[in-house]
Write a protein that binds this ligand. Sequence first.
Ligand SMILES: C=CC1=C(C)c2cc3[nH]c(cc4nc(cc5[nH]c(cc1n2)c(C)c5CCC(=O)O)C(CCC(=O)O)=C4C)c(C)c3C=C
Ligand SMILES: [Fe+2]
Ligand SMILES: [Fe+2]
Length: 365
Amino acid sequence: MTSTDVRPFRHGREPATGILLCNLGTPAAPTAAALRRYLAEFLWDPRVVEIPRPLWWLILHGVILRVRPAQSAAKYVSIWTEAGSPLLAIARRQAAGVQARLSAVCRAPVHVALGMRYGEPSIAAALRELRERGCERILLLPLYPQYSASTTASAFDAVAAELRRWRWVPELRTVGSYHDAPGYIDALAASVRTAWAEAAAGERLLFSFHGLPRRNLELGDPYFCQCHKTARLVAERLQLGEGRWAVAFQSRFGRAEWLQPYTSVLLAEWARAGVRRADVICPGFSADCLETLEEIAVENRDTFVHAGGEALRYIPALNDTPAHLDLLVGLIRQHCGGWPTFDAAAPSDTRTPGRTRALALGAAD
Ligand SMILES: C=CC1=C(C)c2cc3[nH]c(cc4nc(cc5[nH]c(cc1n2)c(C)c5CCC(=O)O)C(CCC(=O)O)=C4C)c(C)c3C=C
Ligand SMILES: [Fe+2]
Ligand SMILES: [Fe+2]
């Protein structure tokens, strides 16, 4: 239990609702040293790499962290912006946009905080920020549309690890996934249509999702099925016939078999089969990042062109577009049902817990 484990009481204020937006996190700088710190934390998470610990420690520290940081840093340099890593810069804009929209519609105080699973700003710091702001109810919204244990459950683990140190834990709700939410499907379909309006549609559309070890699917992870459902619903909305679209998985890591088909392999096959122009959308990434801006838009475009294709267009992630912010606010409203946050009229006793807490802390009522 920490010594600061009290919630500041603000006389006369209603308890607030906290919205914790989570994403994966990103290195603090595009350098080998920063990558080593980031990868050491990320790849040590047992939700991410499920190899037994003593063996994995030897492989991670003996091999991977000696080689990969410099290689990955070189890739990050190519996408780094004045505002830093795209993933974090976009996540900050998403949090600010969601806060502005909620503040405009909520009748009770609501605070949005951003927590990254690895690196900074951490999930623990975001939770403490919400506590400082008097949040007695927290909604965890991992910005992963498709559930996987390696992402969504890992974010939940980090929340639980922080809360187990608190004396007075908040009410907690979690968004598990939104892979088939109508607003999400609509937003994806609209961004494909926007791309097609700017320059003619490619002959085929590829839905590329981050990969996972195939074993995770066999052990019951719903990620693979949710990715397929997302793609099918968007293809239906776009009235794309069979053969004009496909699902593939990118960002393979290590030697084990991952979910198939692999994005780079399928794109090369398409090019060899005579497809000249293809479009790629990555619906699993709520913000553009290394895996989209470098791996798809640069590496996989080169793969496609070297195999005989002419143009591979990457359709950007939903990022902080109005459609995405509206979707996130819609999800928040849906999952905060029953909390006073959005209700038209406050229950008459909403301040009672605040008074009780004030007395408990010795404050004058
Ligand atoms: C075993 C390794 C990995 C698993 C499992 C994994 C799952 C997974 N990851 C994302 C989203 C992102 N991953 C990103 C980067 C990234 N991913 C891995 C490895 C695994 N991911 C590594 C080693 C890296 C770092 C970069 C590199 O060295 O290649 C990112 C980008 C972060 C950024 O800073 O831009 C995202 C986002 C999902 C959705 C997922 C499971 C479904
Ligand atoms: Fe990843
Ligand atoms: Fe990658």
